[in-house]
Design a protein around this ligand. Structure first.
Ligand code: PMM
Length: 277
């Protein structure tokens, strides 16, 4: 899954694809580079971000979604708002990626249920403006899994087909970016994805959004502790992609597609060979 953030302020690529024409071209480029899905979002979720209005979100994403769908691209909409998801679905998106897992907008699960599209339910503890204050866990894997289980029960009670749910541990969302010590939340989740995804006796498909996140910049910090800038963490993202794809992740959400697409193919060959032996 390649990312098109139509925002002026996203964490990793804010402003680069803010204009519709640039965003559309970028989406087409991502597909040419090997993306199976293009994820279009109009609201930044970087830590500390304030919300934009639904009107502004629609203004940003709709021209891009409409054009990419027209070009035959499989598009997902990255939104927490049912109003935006509904317009995007009418325009032909194939998947709803809701980082709040149905918590931000009570109308979202019913809409998804009615349209019968795959639904990415991410682990989320609240909006970005103060999400870091919620990054407190005794056992991050157990708590993320339990909170995802509650979301799954809740959205299936609203009619969402469980076979269309994809779960996401929500890397960087109310998670500390440390790479060692008791608060290495993202790394613990990454290394125990199978446990996170085993809910109610079922193994849910998993989407991983590690690309350019702060835990990579922290890991690769300079000797004086300055984090590596996010645009220089793409190689580390590829390493994570190879590892989680080999573990069976369903999808990785990435900003730079080519090397990640190669890593996914390596992992697929790896898994196939392992299954034969
Ligand atoms: N991360 C961001 C935005 N949308 N969606 C899913 N499902 N998972 C994620 O981890 C995720 C997401 C924020 O990243 P960006 O602003 O760098 O694109």
């Amino acid at each position: 899954m390649g990312v098109v953030n139509v925002t002026p302020d996203s964490f990793s690529d804010g402003g680069q694809w803010y204009g519709a024409a640039a965003a559309i071209q970028h989406g087409l480029d991502l597909v040419a580079q090997g993306a199976d899905i293009v994820d279009v979002g109009g609201e930044s979720t970087r830590p500390g971000a304030q919300r934009v209005s639904a009107e502004e979100e629609l203004r940003r994403v709709m021209p891009v979604i409409t054009e990419l769908v027209r070009a035959g691209v499989v598009v997902s909409v990255d939104t927490m708002r049912a109003q935006v998801a509904e317009a995007a679905l009418e325009a032909g998106v194939s998947l709803v990626n809701d980082v709040s897992g149905g918590l931000a907008d009570p109308y979202m699960p019913r809409l998804v249920a009615e349209t019968g599209v795959p639904y990415v339910v991410m682990h989320w503890r609240g909006h970005s403006h103060d999400m870091n204050s919620r990054a407190i866990y005794e056992d991050v894997v157990r708590e993320v899994r339990d909170e995802l289980a509650k979301r799954i029960w809740s959205v299936t009670a609203e009619g969402v087909d469980p076979s269309l749910i994809v779960i996401d541990p929500g890397l960087g969302f109310s998670k500390q970016p440390d790479w060692q010590g008791p608060d290495a939340h993202n790394w613990e989740l990454l290394t125990r994805l199978r446990e996170v995804a085993h809910i109610g006796g079922q193994d849910f498909p998993v989407l991983v959004g590690a690309s350019r996140k702060r835990h990579l910049g922290r890991l690769l910090a300079a000797p004086d502790g300055t984090p590596r800038p996010f645009a220089e963490t793409d190689d580390a993202t590829v390493a994570v992609t190879a590892l989680v794809a080999a573990e069976g992740a369903w999808c990785v959400r990435v900003h730079r597609v080519p090397a990640n697409a190669d890593a996914v193919r390596v992992a697929a060959a790896w898994r196939a060979a392992a299954a034969r032996s």
